[in-house]
Design a protein around this ligand. Structure first.
Ligand SMILES: Cc1cc2nc3c(=O)[nH]c(=O)nc-3n(C[C@H](O)[C@H](O)[C@H](O)COP(=O)(O)OP(=O)(O)OC[C@H]3O[C@@H](n4cnc5c(N)ncnc54)[C@H](O)[C@@H]3O)c2cc1C
Length: 300
């Protein structure tokens, strides 16, 4: 059976993939967007810092963009996940749903998967009172008592960033012993409290936070907890065996082409900027590059 052939198959319908689809649609390129479900900020009650959409829920944002995309007849969205892709002649074959499609180019906009610490009470507050990006969620909790959970030696380096939102700061070492005295001294001098004990659980009403419970039964008042969790690529990217860089992002050339020819990358999957507006800008830029390369190929 003849498989459909698209100019571009976009895998992932987050800000990067949807923004790319819009530019490709405006250039009249036949584009299939494979929408594998909610994105990285799925647990967030509001998306902040995206001009024109500040405070929108991720669902409302996606619905608005989908309706805007419906204007472009060459763009179609399918609620299917890609399960693999491989080179097929000059094209790339993408397996999805119960079939597959051929594409002259593939754009992976598959985001990143956060791997949260298993601390009881943390996962259900992720995207509300527990977050990684104070620019996204800090303003609403300004001047409240904040905590920062030490996840690596680097934590002491970025903690001062939080002083833009509050000076009431506690660093939870969570039993870690590898943050040396030299790194902690400037924090102590700036009146950051250092809590060395292991964090046992978090509590507060609903998805809000009031206290961090530490080993030994003590409760530390805390209304926002900043955590930089580990993150990983989607299974699709891992199974495809694409080259990754030292940070776990998909390694790309200057043209954002991955280690597989014809497979390009946009958004969080190729770096840790982790802002919806940055991902959308990235998607738009790479879409223009892809559209131009396809137009020139057909013009020749
Ligand atoms: C809790 C939280 C809150 C955040 N809040 C904000 C905020 O307020 N403001 C802000 O600017 N940024 C925020 N961010 C960051 C923002 O969510 C990301 O930077 C942005 O979503 C990245 O966009 P993306 O399109 O690259 O990836 P994503 O939005 O993660 O989208 C990737 C998409 O690819 C899909 N996918 C993966 N594999 C497949 C497959 N095999 N087939 C089909 N589809 C697939 C996924 O289902 C997903 O829909 C937040 C992040 C988190 C974790």
């Amino acid at each position: 059976m003849e498989r459909p052939r698209f100019d571009v198959v976009v895998v992932g319908a987050g800000p990067a993939g949807l923004s790319a689809a819009m530019m490709l649609g405006r250039a009249g390129k036949s584009t299939l967007v494979l929408d594998g479900g909610p994105g990285r900020n799925r647990s967030s009650h509001a998306m902040h810092g995206f001009l024109g959409h500040d405070g929108a829920t991720p669902e409302a944002f996606a619905a608005r963009v989908r309706s805007e995309l419906s204007v472009y007849p060459t763009v179609s969205l399918r609620a299917e996940r890609a399960s693999g892709f491989e080179r097929e002649g000059s094209d790339v074959r993408v397996v999805h749903g119960h079939g597959s499609s051929r594409a002259r180019r593939v754009l992976l906009a598959t985001g990143m998967i956060d791997v949260l610490p298993k601390t009881p009470g943390l996962a259900e507050r992720w995207g509300a009172s527990v977050f990684s990006c104070p620019y996204c969620h800090g303003h609403e909790l300004r001047d409240r008592p904040w905590g920062v959970l030490a996840r690596s030696r680097a934590t002491a380096g970025w903690l001062p960033t939080c002083a833009a939102w509050t000076r009431d700061l506690t660093l939870f070492l969570d039993g870690r012993q590898d943050l040396d005295t030299d790194a902690l001294a400037p924090l102590r001098a700036a009146h950051v409290r250092i809590e060395p004990r292991r964090v046992v659980s978090l509590s507060g009403p609903g998805r809000g936070l009031l206290a961090v419970h530490v080993e030994g039964g003590a409760d530390v008042p805390c209304e926002a907890l900043v955590v930089h969790p580990a993150h990983r690529q989607s299974d699709l990217v891992l199974f495809a065996g694409l080259a990754l860089d030292g940070e776990g992002a998909i390694a790309v050339s200057a043209d954002r082409e991955s280690s597989m020819r014809g497979v390009f990358v946009a958004g969080d999957a190729r770096g840790a900027r982790a802002k919806a507006i940055s991902a959308a800008a990235d998607g738009a830029e790479i879409a223009v590059f892809l559209a131009e390369s396809l137009t020139l190929e057909d013009f020749a």
